[in-house]
Design a protein around this ligand. Structure first.
Ligand code: HEM
Length: 475
């Protein structure tokens, strides 16, 4: 019924295969694409979302495919994308993945009034003024890792090969532990370790989780997930209760700001302790991997484009010399901002977003039935030659020299942090952290790709560097 409804709208798409829809075809194509590395100059969409790319070529710019039994309409038109992002109450978060709630719920997973209330209370924690106070913490966490690389390089005497990915992961994990939990950051670290483990376990059960009842079976994985979740709850509750009992002066960390802004709400309008706990868990999940992925791709791009590496370093030297980077200086880094935007365009850490509609809805000149999903393929839109010109696949930070709205000609064709009311709440936090990390790296090192580097990226769920042991960068 849904298929004929969509076809009556003039939409083209794949015919429905009972129960599995396109899952199997999609999976097979993805696995095949992943089996060999691509060239640095190749379009990464062929590896990251090969099936959707092929459907785009076959069916045109608006088409439907099947996520199991759910029709998913992929849209490429910036006006329609804008409408979906703007109408947050009509186009909601889908909840199709059965293990989605295991890692964290929180703001990113709520809709309607609940989302609005949480967003209003959490917003102050991410105001620029508050982030400014976190910049020394960014500095501390980033310098620790850069210092370790420095030691490796000086022990070797000259140039040496370093796998930068583990360092970037520990850098962003340390930043989020310290900025979320301040003085309790050691306990915070344990929470985030457990969350990392949970994410890994969820990944392992990804396909099985769709089997009805699977998540309730007492398998080894499921039991470990339960135990890790319980341990996280216990530690979080301890940290929060300690804060509440101490009634100490509000601290500048995210938890402190969140508790402060929560206590300023009218009675009955505040978040419960469980709600606050969910939000803290979400900060890690939403903010750690995304930022490390942004950093690793920036290092890969700057290794490949040595001219931009030199320009970025020159700017850092000009603004800071050998001094410690501070907020004011980080805000002056124009070349660095252009580079980061261009990396976010070509390598958006979240390559695709989905929304669900529950009743019949207009979208542009389409009328869509309740029960369908809309896919916003960030990666494909960012690399679309109709929107970005024939050089869309090339790394050209200059396109952002006059800012995002000039580069996009005012269209919603660049949305690495989403767009509209649900835009990433941590956008400024992430950009500031990335600038700090890169400024420190550029002050100390010049870097290039190892000859053994293989461009074998995959999604999990962010667009990651390969699992091959060869993502090394030579410092
Ligand atoms: C380069 C880094 C980052 C990228 C690319 C990124 C990207 C995104 C995107 C695309 C969304 C929208 C998802 C959707 O609506 O389907 C989002 C939402 C969100 N992000 Fe980020 N993010 C980054 C860093 C961070 C950081 C550092 C934090 C927190 C410390 C954070 C917290 C959140 C939260 C809480 C939401 C949900 C907002 C809402 O639904 O109202 N993100 N992010």
């Amino acid at each position: 019924m849904l298929e004929s409804y969509l076809r009556r709208q003039g939409l083209s798409g794949t015919p429905y295969t009972p129960l599995v829809g396109d899952l199997k075809k999609n999976f097979t194509m993805t696995m095949e694409a992943r089996s060999k590395p691509i060239k640095l100059t190749d379009d990464i969409s062929t590896r990251v979302m090969p099936y959707i790319l092929q459907m785009l070529k076959t069916h045109g710019r608006t088409f439907f495919t099947w996520l199991g039994t759910t029709p998913t309409i992929t849209i490429m038109d910036p006006e329609q994308i804008k409408e979906v992002f703007n109408k947050v109450y009509d186009f909601q978060k889908p909840h199709t993945f059965p293990l989605g709630n295991v890692i964290a719920t929180g703001l990113a997973n709520y809709d309607g009034e609940k989302w609005a209330k949480h967003r209003r209370i959490i917003n102050p924690a991410f105001h620029l003024e508050k982030i400014k106070n976190m910049v020394p913490v960014f500095h501390q966490s980033c310098s620790e890792v850069v210092g370790k690389w420095d030691k490796i390089a000086s022990d070797k005497g000259s140039s040496c090969e370093v796998d930068v990915w583990p360092g970037l992961v520990s850098m962003t994990a340390d930043v989020i532990s310290r900025t979320a939990f301040g003085s309790s950051y050691k306990e915070g670290q344990r929470i985030f370790e457990l969350q990392g483990e949970l994410a890994q376990l969820v990944r392992l059960s990804f396909l099985k989780a769709f089997i009805p009842g699977y998540i309730y079976l007492p398998t080894k994985n499921n039991r470990r997930m339960k135990a890790a979740s319980r341990e996280i709850q216990v530690i979080l509750r301890r940290i929060i209760n300690k804060r509440l009992r101490a009634r100490e002066a509000p601290s500048g960390d995210l938890l402190g700001i969140l508790l402060e802004s929560n206590s300023g709400q009218a009675k009955g309008n505040e978040l419960s302790i469980e709600d606050v706990m969910e939000e803290c868990k979400l900060f890690y999940f939403a903010g750690q991997e995304t930022t490390s992925v942004l950093l690793v791709w920036t290092m890969v791009m700057l290794s490949q484009h040595q001219d931009w590496q030199a320009r970025a370093r020159e700017e850092v030297k000009q603004v800071f010399g050998d001094k410690e980077p501070d907020t004011e200086g980080l805000n002056q880094l124009k070349v660095m901002t252009m580079i980061l935007y261009e990396v976010l365009r070509l390598y958006p850490p979240i390559p695709q977003m989905t929304r669900a509609i529950h009743k019949e809805m207009k979208l542009g000149d389409l009328t869509l039935p309740g029960g369908v999903q809309i896919s916003l393929p960030t990666l494909l839109v960012h690399r679309d030659t109709q929107l970005w010109g024939s050089d869309a696949a090339e790394f050209k930070p200059k396109r952002f020299k006059d800012g995002v709205s000039k580069a996009t000609m005012g269209q919603v064709s660049f949305f690495p942090f989403a767009w509209g009311p649900r835009i990433c709440i941590g956008q400024n936090f992430a950009m500031m952290e990335a600038k700090m990390a890169l400024a420190l790296i550029l002050q100390r090192f010049s870097f290039e790709l190892s000859p053994s580097y293989a461009h074998a990226l995959y999604t999990a769920p962010t667009v990651r560097c390969s699992s091959y042991p060869t993502q090394d960068i030579v410092l």
